[in-house]
Design a protein around this ligand. Structure first.
Ligand code: FE2
Length: 426
């Protein structure tokens, strides 16, 4: 028996130690010991072998534009939107493409192999849509890119957004987006949710809306989103991104809202790095942190992932394409610090995010797409603690990135890494 590639002796996320045999871009075998030849062998003994990281919420048309034409002085969402509006007329097809491809390279090196990016449709040229459609095609051999038609300036508020959003979907954008809390009135926001869900239902598409990204406890568009999901039979195909108003909502109202979301199978993607930076900016003290109610949603049976949202753009001045940074911040802000909760946070940036995006053939099972990441860590919790180097990244059966071990993390006062690992909860 022979394989194209064998990943030998790695520790899987469930703690099993196994060899993974890969042939023809698929996982052909997972066994304790594979007695077989291979074109190439990766020695993963002592290392964590995980399915690739997945980011269900990003803005690739804006990424790596930090400081152009200026920085966000107030740090608010609204100034970020205004700043992006200043930058938009200056965009060129080539510049958007170049920044997006550079970001995809970063992502691959971090083991991030699937990204759902919103693309702004409030531009009569639809220049960013065209550029990211090109990027989607270019990166397809190694990275799954989903595009969301996103009317950043409001589906009704911007005079040509409705028409341009529909044009973008006609051009091949994958998912229907929206921004109900940015419409001029609550009623316009409500109507936008209804019409956008109807468009998705007619076209057989998924929905992912920026929803209630505000500290206003009366921003309740998630309720409408869940109701429309039920009415149109879109169960399991609709996601509410951000949902930050839920942080400030009345507890009784939330106790009624969460079962509705669970029944409608609407998932949620908070973006912890961005939510705690942008929200609470109008508060004095106590200052709200703005992230939605993650443990409560999980307890209610709602699927929850974590998204990155922004890297070096008008809204966020940092970022590295590392979904472990996202999960690390998420578990702190959500206070998910028990071993079981931390383990869950690792799943949220891998398997849960993959389910939210509807990725097919994802995960380390025989027959699935052979995409995986080898991390310099002993288990998922240690990976969250260290956010270590991705030693090897395999996408669709091919090695796409390698990194050296970071020697400074391999010893503590001269002791070998095994000592360090024994002090880590598993
Ligand atoms: Fe966003």
């Amino acid at each position: 028996m022979s394989f194209d590639l064998i990943v030998r002796g790695g520790t899987l996320t469930d703690g099993r130690v196994a060899d993974i045999g890969i042939s023809g871009g698929r996982i052909a075998a997972i066994e304790a010991k594979l007695d077989a030849e291979a074109g190439e062998v990766i020695d993963a003994a002592g290392d964590l072998v995980a399915p690739p990281f997945v980011d269900p919420h990003f803005h690739m048309d804006a990424t790596l534009s930090y400081g152009t034409p200026r920085i966000n002085a107030s740090g608010t969402l609204l100034e970020g939107i205004g700043l992006w509006g200043e930058l938009k007329p200056l965009l060129t097809h080539e510049a958007v493409k170049e920044r997006a491809l550079a970001y995809c390279d970063w992502a691959v090196s971090m083991g991030l192999l699937a990204i759902r990016t919103h693309v702004d449709t409030c531009d009569d040229r639809l220049l960013a849509v065209e550029a990211l459609l090109d990027v989607r095609k270019t990166v397809a051999p190694y990275l799954d890119l989903q595009l969301v038609a996103f009317p950043q300036d409001g589906f009704y508020r911007d005079p040509t957004a409705r028409e341009n959003t529909i044009r973008a979907l006609d051009m091949g954008v994958d998912v229907v987006g929206g921004i109900p809390h940015f419409e001029r009135t609550m009623e316009d926001g409500r109507r936008s949710v209804t019409e956008l869900c109807e468009i998705a239902a007619e076209r057989g598409l998924r929905v992912d809306m920026h929803c209630d990204e505000t500290d206003d406890p009366l921003s309740r568009h998630i309720e409408q989103l869940a109701c429309e999901t039920q009415r149109l039979g879109l169960h399991g195909r609709v996601n509410g991104s951000h949902l930050t108003s839920m942080h400030s909502m009345d507890n009784y109202y939330v106790s009624k809202l969460l079962p509705l979301m669970a029944e409608a199978e609407v998932s949620a993607v908070p973006n912890p790095l961005i939510n705690i930076v942008l929200q609470g900016r109008h508060d004095s003290y106590p200052k709200r942190r703005g992230m939605t109610r993650v443990p409560e949603m999980l307890k209610a049976g709602i699927r929850v992932g974590f998204g990155q949202d922004c890297v070096l753009d008008p809204w966020y001045s940092l970022g590295t394409a590392d979904m472990l940074d996202v999960a690390f911040m998420g578990l702190h802000v959500a206070q998910m610090t028990s071993p079981a909760d931390m383990r869950r946070c690792f799943d949220m940036v891998t398997t849960e995010n993959a389910a939210i995006m509807g990725l097919e053939g994802y995960g380390l099972e025989v027959g699935n797409v052979a995409s995986l990441v080898v991390l310099d860590a002993g288990n998922p919790i240690e990976a969250l603690r260290l956010r270590p180097n991705r030693l090897c990244v395999v996408s669709k059966g091919k090695i796409v990135s390698r990194k050296q071990r970071n020697d400074s993390r391999l010893t503590i006062d001269g002791r070998p890494s095994s000592v360090r690992r024994r002090h880590t909860a598993s």
